[in-house]
Write a protein that binds this ligand. Structure first.
Ligand code: ZN
Ligand code: ZN
Length: 359
């Protein structure tokens, strides 16, 4: 019984929490370059040199609060129930022709149809964000698409190796269904995909760019961490992505805490016509702030990178943290009002919803 409880509740928390006792083994970092500030001989750190770690007492405090107060509460501030979350049927035949478009496919999965290529971020259509499908965070709103529903995908970009972003089942299905798809990943994550049998993978370091079909794709810093087990903490890199084609540029935040990285991204690669910025999984702040921005910080990111239009992602799908699944709706509204950002400039879409972006 204890072991089942441990697997169902404690393990997911451990994998989400980056507790200090989950020290990575000290395998050497094959990419280590002493001239790059975020490289370490055994892995990677954030651009400010920090490593996101929580002590075991912090983890226990989070768990006591979480279970003692039955967190997260059910939705209710904006939507009456999980079933009331807005959803639209996704049909690739109805994607706008001859114009760029963006579609939110749940959690951090964004389908971006540009003039030259079609890009998919962090594809995840499985029922759970966990190594097994009988434990771990379960999808509260049905995935609006499956791999078979996708249009031809030229490039998949992965932000980092956490289970809610790098989903083995979805990636394998996609690689098998669409063998021409290229997978771009942060340094080190290519080995995971190659171990699964996915060969069309290229790994990038922060600020590295790959060019294909008149499009530039650049991995940019994020303030986060990586792990898929208790033994590989921060041995692979994490980040966000910038995609640029003539006349259009897109920024994807990945998972991130707030940092100076966004001013730098704005300065070096901005402004952006469109951004997909994480707005969920942010409470309690004392535990989550370093690794996940809240809606107010997301609006600051939107401002600092110079985004004309942003959509919120990483919300409304899996309950990873202590806020209700619909809390980002209200919190984002308040943040836009507080920071003087037009309501229409930072939108939350329905899962499956497509927005045409003009020619
Ligand atoms: Zn993450
Ligand atoms: Zn995440």
């Amino acid at each position: 019984m204890i072991s089942v409880l441990c697997l169902r509740f404690l393990l997911p928390g451990l994998l989400l929490s980056n507790c200090l006792f989950m020290q990575g083994c000290s395998t050497p970092n094959p990419y280590y370059n002493p001239n790059r500030a975020h490289h370490r001989p055994d892995g990677f750190v954030n651009s400010d040199g920090s490593v996101i770690s929580k002590s075991l007492p912090d983890l226990i405090r989070w768990y006591r609060e979480r279970f003692g107060l039955s967190l997260p509460p059910p939705p209710g501030e904006s939507y009456a129930s999980y079933a009331a979350f807005p959803q639209q049927a996704f049909n690739k035949a109805q994607l706008p022709r001859n114009v760029r478009s963006v579609t939110w496919l749940g959690h951090a999965t964004v389908l971006l149809k540009l003039q030259h290529i079609t890009v998919l971020t962090d594809p995840h259509f499985s029922e759970r964000a966990f190594p097994v499908q009988w434990a771990g965070p379960q999808r509260k709103v049905k995935a609006p698409a499956q791999v078979a529903d996708l249009p031809p995908i030229d490039v998949v970009v992965l932000s980092h190796n956490h289970y809610d972003h790098t989903d083995k089942t979805t990636l394998l299905e996609l690689a098998n269904a669409q063998p021409h798809t290229l997978f771009l990943v942060p340094l080190g994550l290519e080995k995971t995909l190659q171990d699964w049998g996915i060969d069309r993978v290229k790994a990038l370091d922060w600020w590295n760019t790959i060019e294909l079909a008149n499009t530039e794709l650049t991995l940019v810093p994020a303030h986060h961490w990586s792990a898929r087990s208790f033994f590989d903490r921060n041995t692979t890199l994490w980040g966000g992505w910038v995609v640029k084609e003539p006349g259009f540029s897109f920024f994807f935040s990945g998972d991130t805490g707030y940092s100076q990285d966004f001013q730098e991204i704005g300065r070096r690669l901005g402004p952006f016509n469109l951004s997909a910025i994480a707005v969920g999984a942010y409470e309690p702040r004392w535990f989550m702030k370093a690794q996940h921005i809240n809606p107010e910080e997301a609006v600051r990111v939107h401002q600092e990178v110079g985004s004309a239009l942003s959509i919120g992602v990483h919300w409304g799908t899996f309950e990873l943290t202590d806020e209700a699944l619909d809390k980002p709706v209200e919190d984002l509204k308040k943040a836009k009002a507080k920071l003087g950002v037009a309501d229409s400039a930072f939108r939350l879409l329905a899962q499956g919803q497509t927005v045409a972006l003009g020619p």
